[in-house]
Design a protein around this ligand. Structure first.
Ligand code: ATP
Length: 304
């Protein structure tokens, strides 16, 4: 219905904005089906997920022929494990996530989920399997309950509440003027960045996907909000195969594997301690972050 009222060129722009910024793409895409650039293979089957293991095998990709963005990327995320992607801006982290969601097809190599090449499966089944917590969540102009329930349209109110509690936003919602019926979004109550992210986490908890992709917000949150969000994220990632695009290295100390990308190439890989003792790019990034933390002490931390 929406499509009748919205000019098509606007949809195209919107689609590209989603591709670029990885904003709520899982759900918004359903509204934009006509605009998808990637077409299912004629004999595409539904992705059958048993455990959610992810494999990139020699993946090479460019947006434009004149510049290769990812070069021979190979990694394996075992079911239930967490892998973090780090690296300088423009190194290709988000591109890996976009390829996994099949916004674009690889030029060579393969992306395999539980033994199935994602080129050969229906996109709808792929996207059902993957939950996304984007950097910046766009809320619908509707009640906060609707915004959470969007993770699973047929969820009962009781399930919505359980998810909101797990995402640590239930108490906040009860303090709103109309509780779960409070209108949010551009035309309603504006939520803070941290609150919107928790709505996205609640949505994902409700969706209960096998695979979770997290695009960590670059903007700094205050220490308490950060802690709350970290514990909510831990809930959503528990026992799910998870890939995190990390900007703050402190959040990925416990990742099962960290891939360090530079200019589309994996330059280092390993666990936090291993990478620190290598004294390479990761160790440099870590030291940089420590330094900038020391330069801007938070009031709570100064009191310690
Ligand atoms: P950041 O930390 O800044 O988000 P990133 O590591 O996630 O960076 P990507 O977004 O994957 O980097 O981008 C990798 C490279 O691909 C960049 O040089 C970027 O300019 C380029 N790029 C990204 N999207 C497109 C696009 N749609 N068309 C052409 N080039 C693109």
């Amino acid at each position: 219905i929406i499509q009748l009222y919205v000019p098509l060129n606007w949809l195209g722009t919107f689609y590209r904005a989603i591709q670029k910024n990885f904003v709520d793409m899982e759900n918004m895409l359903n509204l934009l089906r006509e605009e998808q650039e990637i077409i299912d293979a004629p004999d595409a089957k539904d992705l059958v997920v048993h455990q959610g293991g992810i494999e990139f095998s020699n993946v090479t990709f460019s947006y434009n022929p004149d510049r290769v963005i990812l070069k021979n990327i190979s990694f394996n995320v075992k079911p239930g494990k967490t892998m973090a992607l780090v690296g300088p801006t423009g190194s290709g982290k988000s591109t890996i996530i976009r390829l996994l969601f099949r916004f674009y097809d690889v030029d060579s190599g393969a992306i395999i989920i539980d033994g199935q090449n994602i080129l050969m499966v229906k996109q709808s089944s792929l996207r059902k399997t993957i939950g996304v917590v984007p950097q910046d969540t766009v809320l619908f102009n509707n009640s906060i309950k609707y915004n959470i329930q969007y993770g699973r349209i047929d969820a009962l109110d009781a399930d919505v509440i359980v998810a909101a509690k797990a995402a640590d936003i239930h108490d906040k919602i009860l303090a709103l003027p109309d509780k779960y019926e409070t209108k949010v979004g551009e035309r309603g109550l504006r939520l803070s960045g941290g609150e919107k992210q928790r709505v996205a986490i609640a949505r994902t908890i409700l969706k209960a996907p096998n695979i979770v992709l997290l695009d960590e917000a670059t903007s700094a949150l205050d220490t308490q909000t950060e802690r709350n969000i970290q514990s909510a994220l831990a809930t959503v990632c528990a026992n799910r195969t998870t890939i995190i695009v990390a900007h703050r290295l402190s959040t990925i100390i416990h990742a099962d594997e960290i891939l360090v990308l530079n200019d589309g190439v994996i330059v280092e890989r390993g666990k936090h301690e291993e990478l620190i003792s290598r004294k390479g790019l990761y160790a440099d990034m870590w030291n940089e972050q420590l330094k900038s933390l020391e330069l801007t002490p938070k009031p709570q931390e100064m009191a310690k």
